[in-house]
Design a protein around this ligand. Sequence first.
Ligand code: ADP
Ligand code: MG
Length: 648
Amino acid sequence: MLAHLPRAYRDWRVPQAIGTLTEGEAILVGRVQSVKERAGRFPLVTVNLADDTGMIAAKFFGRRHLFGRFAPGDRLFVSGRVTRAGLLPEINVTAHRELRGDEPYVGEIVPVYGASKDLPTRTIRTTIAKNLDRLVSARVDALPPALVKQHGFPPLREAWFGVHAPRDPADVERGRGRIVFEEFFGIALAAALKRARREAAGGATPIEPPPDWYERFVAELPFAPTGAQTRVIEQIARDMRRTAPMNRLLQGDVGSGKTLVAAAAIVLAHLGGLQSALMAPTEILAAQHAQKLAPLLLPFGIAVEAVFSSLGTRERRTANERIASGAASLAVGTHALLTESTDFARLGLVIIDEQHRFGVEQRARLRAKSAAPHTLYMTATPIPRTLAQTKYADLDVSIIDELPPGRTPVATFVVRENRKPLAYEFLRKNVEAGHQAYVVAPAIDVGETALSSALKEAEYIAREVFPDLRVAVLHGRLPSKEKDAVMASFKRGEVDILVATTVVEVGVDVPNASVMMILDAERFGLATLHQLRGRVGRGAAESFCILVAPNDAEVIERLDVLVETNDGFKVAEEDLRLRKAGVLAGTTQAGANDTIGNIVDDFKLYMEAKGSAEAIVSADPELAAPEHLSLRALIDDVAAARALLVTA
Ligand code: ADP
Ligand code: MG
């Protein structure tokens, strides 16, 4: 309850003079001049109120219980929205209070809470006000006094009262500063502790490759690695040289060449006598990894084994045997890798592709197949630098910020729904030039929603728009054998237009595809759209992304971000900024994992908290000193910090 901070405040300390009112929210105190009551289906009480400066008509809509309640001479406090339609200004009253005789009006700053229909802000406000004292008394004052002093923070109690029951607007800022710092400090402490424990525990096999290994690796490649790839591989090699297990997140936009980096890590592990496991979220992706990695690993004699749930029992057993005996140096697979029957002889490197698609527990289960494996997480979803700090606070982060040469950016357009035929024409031109195209829809089937569906769209375009072209459909409800078959024929060029749901989102690589058309584009997050766009532009041909959306200024503004940039990090930052605006406008429900602090706006505060936390943990890695015991309570108090510590 405490952590549910007000989203706004109404300053109801000083009533406004009626004569000075302008349109908008206002509060005032006036004396009743006359009362009019209108019964019927829409009851209305109109009260003319006056002070020394003027008169206003206060309207109480739909409040039959106020009939007979007011009489000339009464004093009323009212708040509401002022309009100036007729001769007399009007105020549509949302709250009022009767003041006796000459009772002075005692105003306050009223907090406004994010609310819902079932739990209105008024209920939240009174509940918090009633319990504030008790709630605050139950908090442990855990922030080291030195930090409180250094930052000039108010005491704990004052901070919480400052945000929930401020007497002055400045109380809010002061209180919030301390509360956010404390939260960030908890997260940073948890991250520092976790890191310290990992370092202290060690247990990973250090890998000292022959000095010429990288030259040998590069010599076999069909192209030269980009500067970014080389830099990241160096970071990984440095990590793997240590007994503290690597715990690294590799971020790189679609097409930035993460596979090559993964291959280098696998080669390193192999040279150190260790096996590797690579887990991807879908069979299509895992198969593609196996296929792309095999030639890169062949020169080093690394045998690859695939583990899918669609494998027959016998094939599965053979694969498991080769992994258990160590004959296979690399196991590539889906969740199927997690089953107990897949046992490694000497697993030393775990790579998890699209790590956010797996649960914490699944990632931990793969890593549990070895005592202390080096771990590399990969993601094509760029996470803004700011967000990465709280979300992945205990990971080292590598970024591939350079695309392989020769890529042309994907030209992106927003097309209004009524101009869809033009987009189809454009698709046809590209197909006639020998390329392939994707059409993505948000839903699989025509259901209760009004969304475009892949099945309906496929049927429609196959019959009405492109009867002469080869159209296929791909979605998540197809059996995985069928999915793979469709994807394979698209890859072989036997399908011109692939109508799909977002199953084509991640990693699928068909260089000949040059157009990505997305229906109901407004239904997708910017990050997802960027991912989808990354399915094209993988070959030499000029590529296009067409976003079909309704004619709505807000939607178009959002989609324009993609029109303007091909840089995934910029898209992600902008997405975060727009979503944050949404949260502030009260349109988005805050998730359970959200922090009070806003990592974008409060980034400086986070970095300060991080600095302080690291200094404390480096001097006392287990927080064992008596003056640090309360810090454990602080970590326990912050959900995001707790989560960091309990996960592997
Ligand atoms: P992603 O980061 O999306 O997984 P991939 O590893 O699939 O990207 O690489 C995308 C494409 O770029 C692949 O076809 C790959 O062969 C190619 N590629 C990767 N690195 C380079 C490079 N340094 N120079 C040229 N092409 C590269
Ligand atoms: Mg990939």
